[in-house]
Design a protein around this ligand. Structure first.
Ligand SMILES: NC(=O)c1ccc[n+]([C@@H]2O[C@H](COP(=O)([O-])OP(=O)(O)OC[C@H]3O[C@@H](n4cnc5c(N)ncnc54)[C@H](O)[C@@H]3O)[C@@H](O)[C@H]2O)c1
Length: 352
């Protein structure tokens, strides 16, 4: 594992994507979103995903030049088709369409179908919060979880997210998979041949397992049992049933099904805070709430109560200075792409 300057990693990732056929401005969107995840400490959704995206582009499973198509417009409700393009690129473009609509109408909602895995949801939610808006985002993803009581993968880890602007120098960021942990953690453990904790997953026979590779073949457990199952189903309905994207197991596995596009669906509901109340009052009210949460009584072993988004904002500030971490496995993959696409890996390691 080594550390690199985020700007250098971003330029390299963008040049690789460009060399793979992504238009330069779209490659920049992709690279920016991936490095942002690494900056915030969500390296499971950072440049480590570039390898599989590039593989899928090369196999013709992702169209690097896809347009975002407005299939239908109904007031400020849009039905968007990502045309099998890169999820991150199409999601940022979708937000670009929704923001002016929400400025005018107070709210703008979109379903997006024919998309792909699009990384950490909070990236899009934070962009909206930068604009004084709240984006409620959901996505379905490749099968990983079963309904409560089953052990056959049906749902993805179907995350849900929203970020709220504050006057505290960071956005309150709620961004969570409806599984016990995001699948990226199991993939990372599998790549390192490490065990996963008890309580994360079941094997192919429905038995608890700590073997990451078995877990990837079996199922990841839902967050909070039946409640996670219920939330995962809600995310599935918004993201795929409403959008026309693939439902449950019909979603192609990003890693295993290298013969068909994924057809992931996303759901974006964008709320303009100014349509509800004075944004200054909103910030005052959320800041007071943060202060009250942090001032509450702490358990004996706890130094500080955090609000969601606080730690990742601190990580981002720190990693901007000391560099983002890239694992040895990801470095090996990037070195191979550097050779294959003839893009020099010109990122200097940051030594502590
Ligand atoms: N695109 C996809 O298909 C997909 C699928 C699943 C997950 N993901 C992404 O994976 C990422 C990780 O998801 P996760 O479920 O592992 O998240 P997590 O468990 O790390 O965090 C969940 C939430 O808890 C908050 N939090 C964590 N520790 C806290 C603390 N001590 N105090 C206060 N708040 C705290 C975080 O800010 C976050 O809002 C997310 O960015 C998610 O969008 C993407």
């Amino acid at each position: 594992m080594k550390r690199f300057k985020p700007e250098e990693a971003r330029h390299f990732a963008a040049r690789l994507a460009t060399a793979a056929g992504v238009p330069p401005s779209d490659a920049e969107i992709l690279a920016r979103s991936l490095v942002d995840a690494d900056l915030h400490g969500v390296s499971t959704h950072g440049v480590s995903r570039l390898n599989i995206y590039l593989q899928r582009i090369q196999k013709g499973l992702i169209d690097p030049k896809a347009e975002l198509v407005v299939e239908r417009g109904f007031g400020s409700v849009l039905t968007l088709d990502a045309s099998n393009g890169l999820g991150q690129v199409q999601a940022v473009k979708a937000l670009g369409v929704l923001i002016p609509l929400a400025k005018t109408n107070g709210v703008a909602v979109a379903t997006i179908n024919h998309s792909q895995h699009f990384g950490a949801l909070s990236y899009y939610c934070n962009l909206a919060a930068d604009e004084g808006m709240v984006l409620l985002a959901m996505t379905n993803c490749e099968p990983a979880m079963s309904p409560e009581g089953g052990y056959e993968a049906f749902f993805g880890t179907n995350p849900i997210a929203a970020s709220f602007p504050t006057g505290k120098g960071f956005h309150v960021k709620i961004d969570l998979a409806t599984s016990v942990v995001a699948r990226g953690n199991v993939i990372a453990a599998s790549k390192k041949n490490e065990a996963i904790p008890q309580g994360w997953a079941l094997d192919r026979q429905g038995q608890p397992t700590t073997d990451a590779k078995e877990a990837l073949l079996g199922t990841i457990l839902t967050m909070a049992g039946h409640k996670g199952y219920a939330l995962a189903l809600m995310v599935e309905v918004f993201s795929s049933i409403l959008s026309g994207a693939a439902v449950g197991p019909a979603i192609g596995s990003m890693y295993k099904d290298l013969d068909r596009p994924q057809n992931v669906g996303h759901f974006f509901c964008l709320l303009n805070i100014a349509a509800f109340l004075d944004p200054v009052e909103f910030r005052q009210r959320i800041d007071e709430t943060i202060d009250r949460l942090k001032a509450g009584k702490r358990r004996p072993d706890v130094d500080e109560i955090l609000v969601p988004g606080e730690r990742s904002a601190r990580n981002a500030a720190l990693n901007a200075l000391r560099g983002i971490v890239i694992s040895d496995e990801t470095l090996a993959e990037l070195a191979q792409w550097s050779k294959d696409l003839q893009v020099p890996f010109d990122c200097a390691e940051v030594k502590s």
